[in-house]
Design a protein around this ligand. Structure first.
Ligand SMILES: C[S@@+](CC[C@H](N)C(=O)[O-])C[C@H]1O[C@@H](n2cnc3c(N)ncnc32)[C@H](O)[C@@H]1O
Length: 366
């Protein structure tokens, strides 16, 4: 199967079989929302005796944990094979499955970048009052292997979205409801339709316009709808014909980018002019002899005239000094080191932005 022939389509079938028939290294990004294996025991009722519309579909039923694990190994391996060398994958789940899925991902060779907690601002209560309200799901964001050097992370876009503060790993987003919820008559068309806001953040964070995004458990096509809105290409795999019908109608009604394409591109650091600590010193934003700190002030370093940092007998770039101070393998010195202003610590990354704005002002083209 040629990958360009299936771009922006939903394929009906078992994702393990379909993925095995696709060319390897085809996708830039994967979002997977697999069966939860909820193992519900009996019906669930609200205090007013109305029945809770829980996930009791056949596609969520597995005979045992072993059967679920076997299925999980197979679809994850099939996904890994079709990821490009700089691709990343997101997998969402609840306490029922995410720990099993996470262990299997690590066993297969995926390397975790983050786990994101989706905090549901309007969760379903625990009607029986016998446990805590289950108010979050977890998303694992991973690359193919520990050795994989490149993956896309639109750091700056996430920071801008978050009111110019580094985006955190807890995202407060309501569950899908109201007009966004796909209906079949008066009932929900699908029990686990994800909110578009969640997918919007995932896709904006880890892909570029024109990228090819795969969702092997497509359901109502939330990934496809958001990918289309953001100018990404997508492929969905889903085994239920009824859900495919819902997804196709939904995505058909969405319009892709028709206006200025640059609005869908989120500039990354790589696209910006290169700035060094030396530039910041020359521009008076930092001074030699000054001090930089780690976020909690546990570590401090002196700024040398050539822009290197000096601490505890070590001298090197902001990144190498960060590795030395934090005792990690990799460190982004721009976000690790902070300068003090009016008693407050701020990332030196902010100074880089100030420098770029002042030294390379955007030309007024109008
Ligand atoms: C948790 S739901 C995904 C919901 C989706 N994210 C949305 O927003 O609508 C999982 C979906 O995977 C589908 N599914 C389950 N096993 C599958 C398989 N082996 N291959 C393809 N689809 C499968 C189910 O029919 C179900 O629609």
């Amino acid at each position: 199967m040629n990958i360009s022939d299936i771009a922006n389509t939903v394929i009906r079938g078992d994702c393990i079989e379909i993925l095995r028939g696709l060319p390897e290294k085809s996708f830039d990004l994967i979002f997977a929302d697999p069966p939860y294996n909820l193992q519900l025991e009996g019906e669930l009722y609200r205090p007013n005796q109305t029945r809770v519309d829980a996930v009791d579909e056949e596609w969520d039923r597995f005979g045992s944990f072993a059967e679920y694990d076997e299925f999980t190994v197979k679809w994850l391996e099939a996904c890994r094979r079709v990821m490009k060398d700089d691709a990343s994958i997101w997998v969402i789940g609840s306490y029922h499955n995410i720990f099993r899925v996470g262990k299997i991902m690590q066993d297969i060779g995926f390397w975790f970048l983050n786990d994101i907690i989706w905090v549901k601002t309007n969760p379903m209560p625990n009607f029986n009052g016998v446990r805590f309200t289950n108010a979050h799901e977890t998303m694992i964001w991973a690359k193919k292997s520990r050795e994989q050097k490149r993956y896309r992370f639109n750091y700056q876009a996430m920071k801008t979205l978050n009111n110019d503060k580094q985006m955190r790993s807890d995202w407060e987003i309501p569950i899908c409801s109201g007009g966004e919820r796909e209906k079949s008559g008066v009932s929900k068309a699908h029990p686990t339709q994800k909110p578009e806001a969640l997918l919007r953040r995932v896709i904006l964070a880890s892909s570029e316009p024109g990228d090819l995004v795969l969702d092997p458990f497509f359901g109502t096509g939330t990934t496809g709808a958001v990918a289309k809105k953001l100018g990404r290409n997508w492929v969905g795999i889903e085994k239920s014909a009824a859900y495919i019908e819902v997804a196709r109608a939904r995505i058909g009604a969405v319009s892709g980018p028709e206006d200025d394409p640059s609005l869908y591109r989120t500039p990354s650091r790589r696209d910006m002019p290169r700035v060094t600590i030396g530039n910041l010193i020359e521009h008076g934003l930092l001074r030699e002899g000054g001090t930089l700190y780690s976020v909690n002030r546990a570590v401090s370093a002196a700024i040398a005239a050539d822009g290197s940092l000096v601490l505890d007998g070590f001298r090197g770039s902001i990144h190498r000094a960060g590795v030395f101070a934090a005792k990690t393998r990799l460190c982004n010195g721009w976000t690790y080191w902070h300068y003090e202003q009016d008693g407050e610590l701020k990332q030196i990354d902010d100074l880089r932005e100030i420098y770029v704005k002042e030294v390379f002002p955007v030309e007024n083209k109008s």
